[in-house]
Design a protein around this ligand. Structure first.
Ligand code: ADP
Ligand code: MG
Length: 580
């Protein structure tokens, strides 16, 4: 028997490892942009074609590379940024693993042109699947241009795995937003399918945020600026009224590197306690600068995760700094009785004027006013009410009744069916929406007062990609520049959560399932049915209960909610007898 254990050729092992670094076009963009930033560029242009599937190009005016550097930059673990292992733990550059270009070039076609400041001749290299196929001298401007074409052309399984242009472009926008916000001192341009979407001059952080998200965000920006021994915080917190149902405006940067951190999110979220409606998340652009020795960004090749030596302290610092800044801008009462006295943050109270407390009296208050149940129900329609005795059985004389304002109980000859009213209604609406999408037979209702959504530049680009689905659902709207005016909505919609839904679709990190060929129509239908369904806690009259049960059982899939939750349970005689 011949020996069978072989060492993989370098192209093959690179291709396998590439999966870690290059997941999709946006990860290529991130690596290229970080390299340009590390090369001290002051101007960077991004060119994207077909959501990055055909082309991702980054052109910078940075340090450039010599001919030899260009050759070695494609070799794995080739980097100019660290020399010894200790350096990995005190990173100040964006890149450091020397993996990105090796990985990218092993799964795509790369063209690189570069010229160094002190050398007047430029050079060009073309690499396909990790191998140099062409190289020559080329007169180019100082700096570097890297084109990454046909990503995953040689890994068909991964190429097929790419999502719709809409989803991939949204990821690309996210990467661009993150880098452009954290490097507001750099000029950026962004061209998508030959259309210039952004031209961002060197500007302040505040201006940069406004350039990206639009003028409307300005009045919601509350500056945060706190210096402590552990970390310096600065940036902007968005006022509670700007809170969204998605986490789309939560940006955290540690030493200018965009990171994700649940504990930081949680820390800020809890500073907003009492200021947010249920299910809403605050927005922020928080920059944390701290000693590089106290963090480890080397947790994952994507480098978006980070470990802090002292996360408990950091948690409290962020928590009180955010409370402080909301307090100063009178977004929240300044008094905080729960403040942990062990925390030593030097707030600058000395120079600020004391505030005179105000007392508010509700002159309308009448303790003898009759309790209005209907109003109460309206106010509490989202809240699960206590199961007081009277709630448990409402219409005991009929075969169908509601319990706990949450379930509908229906009896058949052999069993008892308990239906979750919210999930049942979601299913009914969901099938209705899907039907209207596929049959293009949706019905609209005119809004008495049209409502307007001012889309940001990126949202607008993305919105244009889903416009046909939007039409087929029964929305009618006008789009003039970035202002979306919705004049009609699908008949099934009762509430005004459309703005939130649109916001979520355009910002969230949701991957649509393309295998079912439903993509975002399906997502739309799910979202709309969830938000406009009858909630738990809503009292239903007998007609409504019957309607719901009949509709549910004429659905194609009455057992499961759109999110695959069980809609009802059945208890037959045996089940009941077994309980005794
Ligand atoms: P890393 O950034 O981790 O060092 P990369 O594979 O991303 O690894 O890049 C390898 C090397 O190529 C970098 O260390 C840098 O020296 C060089 N390089 C890559 N892109 C650029 C660029 N735009 N300008 C100048 N040098 C670059
Ligand atoms: Mg790099």
């Amino acid at each position: 028997m011949p020996d069978i254990v072989k060492i993989l050729p370098i192209e093959v092992s690179n291709k396998i490892a590439a999966g870690e670094v290059v997941q999709r076009p946006s990860s290529v963009l991130k690596e290229l942009l970080e390299n340009s930033i590390d090369a001290n560029s002051s101007k960077i242009s991004v060119i994207i074609k077909n959501a990055g599937k055909n082309l991702i190009q980054v052109i910078d005016n940075g340090n450039g590379m010599s001919r030899k550097d260009m050759h070695s930059s494609f070799v794995k673990h080739a980097t100019s940024k660290i020399n010894k292992i200790d350096d990995v733990f005190s990173i100040s550059s964006m890149g450091f693993r020397g993996e990105a270009l090796a990985a990218i070039s092993s799964v795509s076609m790369v063209e690189m042109a570069s010229s160094k400041h002190d050398e007047n001749d430029g050079y060009f290299i073309e690499i396909n699947g990790g191998k140099i196929v062409k190289e020559n001298e080329l007169n180019v401007d100082e700096g570097t241009s890297i084109k990454v074409k046909n990503i995953f052309y040689n890994v068909p399984a991964r190429r097929n795995f790419l999502k719709s242009d809409f989803v991939e472009l949204r990821h690309i926008m996210n990467v661009f937003h993150n880098i452009a916000i954290s490097h507001y001192g750099i000029e950026f341009s962004f061209i998508n399918n030959d259309e210039e979407i952004f031209f961002l001059k060197k500007e302040s952080l505040k201006r940069r945020i406004i350039s990206i998200f639009g003028e409307k965000i300005r009045e919601h920006l509350v500056p945060i600026d706190e210096k402590t021994q552990i970390a310096n915080l600065f940036g902007f917190i968005l006022k509670p009224e700007y809170a969204k149902k998605s986490r789309s405006t939560q940006y955290i940067f540690v030493n200018n590197r965009s990171i994700k951190s649940q504990f930081i999110n949680h820390s800020i979220f809890s500073s907003f306690e009492g200021l947010l409606r249920e299910g809403f998340y605050p927005g922020y652009f928080l920059f944390i600068n701290m000693d590089t020795a106290k963090i480890d960004v080397n947790v994952h090749p994507n480098k978006t995760e980070i470990k802090f030596d002292d996360d408990q302290h950091l948690y409290s610092i962020i928590n009180s700094a955010v409370k402080h800044c909301l307090g100063i801008y009178q977004v929240t009462p300044v008094l905080d009785f729960e403040k942990d006295s062990s925390m030593d943050i030097s707030y600058n109270h000395v120079n600020s004027d004391p505030k005179i407390p105000t007392i508010e009296v509700d002159s309308e208050f009448n303790p003898f006013k009759v309790f209005n149940e209907e109003n109460f129900m309206k106010k509490n329609s989202d809240v699960e009410l206590n199961n007081t005795q009277s709630d448990i059985i409402d219409n005991s004389s009929s075969k169908i009744f509601q319990i706990f304002n949450k379930y509908i109980v229906s009896t058949s000859t052999s069993s008892l069916i308990i239906i979750n009213q919210n999930l049942a209604h979601q299913r009914i609406l969901y099938e209705g929406f899907l039907k209207s999408i596929f049959e293009s037979s949706s019905k609209s209702q005119k809004l008495i007062i049209p409502f307007e959504i001012d889309l940001s530049i990126s949202q607008l680009i993305l919105f244009k990609k889903i416009i046909t689905d939007f039409d087929s659902l029964g929305f009618e709207y006008k789009l003039s520049e970035s202002l979306l005016t919705i004049t009609s909505i699908p008949v099934q919609l009762e509430n005004n959560s459309i703005e939130e839904i649109i916001d979520e679709i355009l910002n969230d990190d949701i991957d649509f399932d393309q295998s079912k060929n439903l993509s975002y129509s399906d997502f739309f239908a799910k979202k709309l049915s969830k938000s406009s369904s009858i909630k738990s806690g809503k009292k239903l009259n007998l007609d409504e209960q019957e309607f719901l049960v009949n509709q549910l059982f004429s659905c194609k899939e009455p057992n499961l909610s759109p999110d695959n939750k069980q809609i009802f349970i059945t208890l037959n005689k045996n089940d009941i007898e077994n309980r005794f």
